[in-house]
Design a protein around this ligand. Structure first.
Ligand SMILES: *Cc1c(COP(=O)(O)O)cnc(C)c1O
Length: 452
């Protein structure tokens, strides 16, 4: 092992996921039925999810055992490395120590298989034959396509139309794993047809694709279930293998983080990485700062309102209390495809609201500048989503330099950017711009909130 790579052996893959429900400093808000706005029952959810995942969603247990067939597949790429970015530290001339946990080492290149494999397993165990899901740029779709194939499940994917056409490589990956991929909005669903009737050239959105995938599962007469790649409690919990490994790797490194950083779209890689450290803050009195980073162009935590909203564009998904830009949000064409959801995981929102987690928004240009600096010093090409965490980590390290203080900064590099080189091309060619989402748009969208 080289000096600055902290590698765990296979038997150190965590045996249980960490469930922050057990330690939340604030009581969870009820999840509401989108029609009646009354608290939902497990019955409503059981149309979409197997009972085992619904139980995990609501479980108060701190530790949930990871089934052996899931750990066996995790062994294909876990434990992932924790690396000290020594060359970046030198380049920045900072006294800070910068570490990153590298989730780009999974077969599809991101953290998303950590939950895809678990969800496919529980569905298989419950007798599900097929899953439906949505995908933006295709990272989630390719993760679930791999997982479904491993467990012998069919998969129908609704892919945001603009990505379907602009990012064909991940579509082909999904198809290669054996999944069926449709450009959303489609004419296959009632909701998709209604969107197309109004705007035939709709580029689609994650919210629309969710509505289509949910409709297909909900009207399948029980043959198909639905799977979501972020936002839900059980998804965040499955991702905690990242932070649990990182805790142990920081122990190997002989340091403890002063600052933990992750990028936040729906909140899953951020929470999966950060919650074990939040737990140490809450239970052991550690004082680590925990920072969620989002794009200026989709500033859910920093400009959104903490309130009840629908999880999808069609207002058919449950209503949850979260930071939201409004379910009518149509994202601007930024390159961080995985960070364009209108809402946020409810537990992340609650912890931001309660002051346990900080939130920051960064611009697209500064984000790519940080990514290029990282690439040129560490060699790894971050996904544009992950580059938001790189930006924030570099900013923290520069503050350390200015103040002459040594801090330990640890961030999650949620995925590699090998399929995002058109975005880098646009950046290098000077074609990218900054775009801050206007506060007036948020205020306008608040007029469409459910009347809770
Ligand atoms: C999907 C994705 C994200 C954003 O999703 P979260 O649920 O917020 O983690 C971030 N990074 C990468 C590489 C992704 O694929």
């Amino acid at each position: 092992m080289s000096q600055h790579r902290y590698l765990l052996s296979e038997d150190r893959i965590p045996k249980a996921w960490y469930n922050i429900n057990a330690d939340m400093p604030v009581a969870p808000a009820p999840v509401l039925h989108p029609g009646t706005l009354e608290p939902i029952t497990p019955d409503f959810l059981s149309v979409l999810f197997p009972m085992s995942l619904i139980q995990q969603e609501m479980s108060p247990e701190r530790w949930v055992e990871i089934p052996e067939p899931v750990r066996e597949i995790y062994r294909l790429w876990r434990p992932t490395p924790l690396i000290r970015a020594v060359r970046l530290e030198k380049e920045l001339d900072t006294p800070a120590h910068i570490y990153f946990k590298y989730e780009g080492s999974s077969p599809v290149g991101s953290h998303k298989p950590n939950t895809a494999v678990a969800q496919a397993f529980y569905n298989k165990e419950a007798g599900t034959k097929a899953l439906t899901t949505e995908t933006g740029a295709g990272q989630w779709g390719s993760s679930l396509a791999m997982a479904c194939h491993f467990f012998g499940l069919a998969l129908e994917i609704y892919m945001v139309k603009v990505s379907y056409h602009q990012k064909p490589y991940r579509r082909v990956i999904m198809q290669t794993y054996g999944a069926e991929v449709h450009a959303s909005p489609t004419d296959r669903t009632h909701y998709g047809r209604s969107v197309l009737a109004q705007s035939p050239d709709s580029p689609g959105s994650l919210g629309m694709a969710i509505s289509e995938a949910v409709e297909v599962a909900a009207t399948s007469g029980g043959t198909k279930k639905y799977s979501l790649g972020s936002v839900l409690n059980h998804v965040l919990m499955h991702q905690t293998v990242i932070g649990l490994e990182a805790l142990e790797q920081m122990e190997m490194a002989g340091e403890y983080p002063d600052v933990i950083i992750g990028c936040a779209g729906g909140g899953s890689n951020f929470a999966g990485f950060a919650y074990p450290f939040v737990w140490k803050n809450l239970k052991d009195g550690q004082r680590t700062r925990v920072v969620a980073v989002e794009p200026d162009s989709c500033p859910t935590l920093t400009k959104g309102v903490y309130t009840f909203d629908y999880g999808d564009a069609a207002a058919t998904a449950p209503v949850v209390k979260m930071h939201t830009l409004g379910h009518t949000f149509i994202p601007p064409g930024i390159h961080a495809g995985g960070l364009r959801y209108h809402g946020m995981a409810p537990s992340v929102s609650a912890l931001v609201d309660h002051g346990d987690i900080e939130a920051r928004a960064v611009g697209q240009l500064e984000t790519f500048a940080a990514a290029v600096q990282f690439i040129r010093s560490e060699g790894i090409i971050p996904a544009p989503e992950s580059a938001h965490a790189v930006r924030a980590a570099i900013d923290e390290a520069l503050v350390c330099k200015r103040d002459g203080v040594k801090k330990v900064i640890v961030f999650n590099l949620s995925g590699h950017g090998h399929f995002d080189m058109m975005a880098y091309d646009a950046y290098l060619g000077g074609q990218l711009e900054n775009y801050a989402y206007p506060a007036e748009h948020v205020a306008e969208a608040m007029g469409h909130l459910p009347k809770v």
